[in-house]
Design a binder for this molecule. Structure first.
Ligand code: CU
Length: 354
């Protein structure tokens, strides 16, 4: 009922505005009655084009100033630098070209607006000009594509590395689990058919007929040693998920029925990241917002929000169901010594099913 009333009121307001506009038009002295644009109309249109140019430049500068600080902090992985360079170079070229072309387009629309008596110049073609505006984009785009392909291949190729840490990321609606290969460096075979074994203690479905699985370690918080390559093997229990680790510039789909791979080397520990000026500023900004929101919550008799502390996160980046937004796992990057101490404290699969 409220919706119907609101819609009726809106419709009546629209009709009133339309009628008032008509009255205003009729009350104006009749100047002309023609559909052909005159100098006044053309000047007005030209000025509007120029105003639009100022508007798009203005809103671009405003957006950089206002939201420039919500971008991710610097990459925390070796390949992340390459990835960021590619992105910033592409952005710079696009930004430079778009600024010039938009400025020319709108300025010329204003400068060469229609005027009485002004005749357009008949200009059939100019081979040299056409060659220039074809060859320059070809070189620029081919350069970008080749650079992109080279970077992509470099990032996506997972090479055999004896020293690499092998970690399985196991996705299910709506959480993550991680499995370390243990002492032998080999992940035991696994299958969703074994999930019910051992009263549900077999969290990722490790196959007990494969001896490689007994020293595997299954956890719900991902720890990674700084400076050592990590080879991730992704699996999904149910639907399509995507393992997204934004701070490491890493993402890979988790597809039911197959194992996908991605590898990177973390370069900054969680503790080091918390001490960077950029992250400190972000944390401060988030906590200011949280304090403000807490005031409203307390007024309603609810609990205040906890202060935010920076942590790396593994997120799901495929809309996989109702709680997709909350499908995440904390990642802790630490020194190799801290990592060794942590992993030896964890229970192996053999210990869990005892
Ligand atoms: Cu998901």
């Amino acid at each position: 009922m409220t919706i119907l009333l609101t819609l009726t009121v809106l419709a009546l307001i629209a009709i009133a505005i339309w009628q008032i506009t008509k009255i205003f038009e009729l009350s104006q002295p009749k100047k002309k009655n023609t559909q052909i644009a005159d100098d006044d109309d053309n000047r007005w249109n030209g000025q509007l084009m120029f105003a639009f140019l100022i508007f798009i430049f203005g809103i671009t500068i405003f957006s950089f100033w206002k939201w420039g600080d919500v971008l991710l902090p610097g990459a925390s992985s070796e390949h992340g630098m390459e990835y960021d360079n590619l992105m910033w170079i592409s952005f710079a070229i696009i930004f430079f070209v778009q600024t010039i072309t938009q400025a020319l387009l709108h300025y010329f629309a204003y400068k060469y607006r229609g005027e009485k008596g002004k005749k357009a110049l008949f200009y059939a073609d100019n081979d040299r000009l056409e060659a220039i505006w074809t060859i320059i984009p070809v070189i620029a785009l081919a350069g970008l594509i080749l650079y992109g392909l080279y970077t992509w291949t470099d990032i996506m190729t997972v090479e055999e590395n004896e020293d690499a840490l092998i970690v399985e990321l196991y996705a299910q609606q709506f959480n993550w689990k991680a499995r370390y290969a243990g002492e032998d460096g080999v992940l035991g075979d696994a299958n969703v058919r074994f999930l019910q074994d051992f009263d549900g203690k077999n969290l990722v479905g490790i196959d007990v007929t494969d001896p490689n699985g007994f020293d595997d370690v299954v956890v719900q918080e991902l720890h990674l040693p700084k400076g050592r390559e990590v080879i991730f093997k992704m699996r999904s229990q149910d639907v399509l998920h995507s393992a997204f680790m934004p701070h490491f510039r890493a993402q890979m789909n988790c597809v039911p029925g197959m194992i996908t791979e991605f590898a990177f080397t973390p370069t900054v520990t969680t503790e080091e990241m918390r001490q960077t000026a950029d992250v400190k500023a972000k944390v401060k900004k988030i906590n200011t917002i949280r304090r403000e929101n807490s005031k409203a919550l307390i007024a309603k008799g609810e609990e205040a929000l906890e202060p935010y502390i920076f942590d790396y996160l593994l997120l799901c980046n495929k809309i996989c169901g109702a709680s997709h937004y909350n499908m995440q796992m904390k990642i802790i990057v630490e020194t190799p010594e801290e990592f060794e101490k942590w992993i030896t404290d964890q229970q192996t699969f053999a210990e869990v099913i005892q």
